[in-house]
Write a protein that binds this ligand. Sequence first.
Ligand code: PGA
Ligand code: ZN
Length: 424
Amino acid sequence: MTLRISHLHAVEILDSRARPTLAVTLATPEGVQVRAAVPAGASTGSREAVESRDRERDRYQGQGVLRAVGHVNGEIARELVGRSFPTAAAVDAELIALDGTENKTRLGANAIVGVSLAATRAEAAQRGQQLWQFLAELSGTAPRLPVPHFNVVNGGAHAANALDFQEFMLAPLGAPSMAEAVRAASEVYTRLKARLAAAGHTVSLGDEGGFAPALERPEEVLGELVAAIEDAGYTPGRDGVAIALDPAANEFRADGHYRVAGAELSSDQLIDRYEEIIDRFPVWSVEDGLAEDDWEGWSRLTARLGPRAQVMGDDIFVTNPAILRRAVESGIGNAALIKVNQIGTVSQTLEAVRVCREAGYRQMVSHRSGETDDTFIADLAVGIGCGQIKSGAPARGERVAKYNRLLEIDDATADSLPYGVAVR
Ligand code: PGA
Ligand code: ZN
């Protein structure tokens, strides 16, 4: 098989936060036509691949991406169009070489990832395969429907409330199928809305479609979540609907401390707090419990929470195979969040997944807080067989697009793919 590129074009579009991003279209002479759109984060790790922003203050507050669009339509198109590649991975290698920097700063990670996503889609289409099937073959894994993690309460950099923890997610670990997981999340979300409204809270939404109530203490939110799970008739916990947290601690790290609900905590005090939380509430996963500059704290966090919960790294690992290898050697975390735009190409993302798998680290595929209608990550989660995905609330079009794609994959495979992740 060869991947011949006859057309490549990028355009500036909007993401779900009214900020510009890119959509890329790619075509082959055989008639394959694909499109990919690029997500963007707000609580980013410092070592992520760097997106290109125009920095022209009088246009989109400096957030325009016309330079990145220009790179796709100019330099990248000149290099790729008219050529044949053995695989989409070879296109990735070409993009990395053409950029020539460690963090994709020259052409922009947003330009590069758009082309990489499109090339991967094109190769799958050329082969006549579903994207998830192609990705499963590439990564050498048995495909699996992931447990969706629904972010139903938003704080931190994703909401204007006083809540320091960024994400409170429903994880229907005990659901018998993808369809029942989606149903549980929708029913709990609706009950949660009613509870918050009855208590006089605003039910306005944060960036990922979760509610953004004026609550400050994470324990209060967790109490509401457990009550909403019960109100909806489900069992809180691993046999029913569990809870996952992404405090995103980078964002409340200040002067070597952590500022949570007005208190200044040391790393160890914050770890104590997580232990108490896990004792009291059915929390099965904690992502970015400490900041990316606190590797010593992370090692104690992993030792103390690891036996009881998933200790997930996002901003600290940034889907970077080299950083992940160092983390594995140092015993930091036991699971990694997987975001294609953190590293910038699909093939490097699959390498990060391989590092995790070899080390026995679980993986969770993730959206970004700035999203589009693109559903690539749903297929990625199924293809790598990691058993977990997070894509925000069961509300807002750009969030549910991913969950809906998973429902459609489940239906198209006539329930033949296993659902879930082994957690015991
Ligand atoms: P981001 O948030 O997309 O704003 O980085 C998602 C996360 O922290 O997991
Ligand atoms: Zn995160």
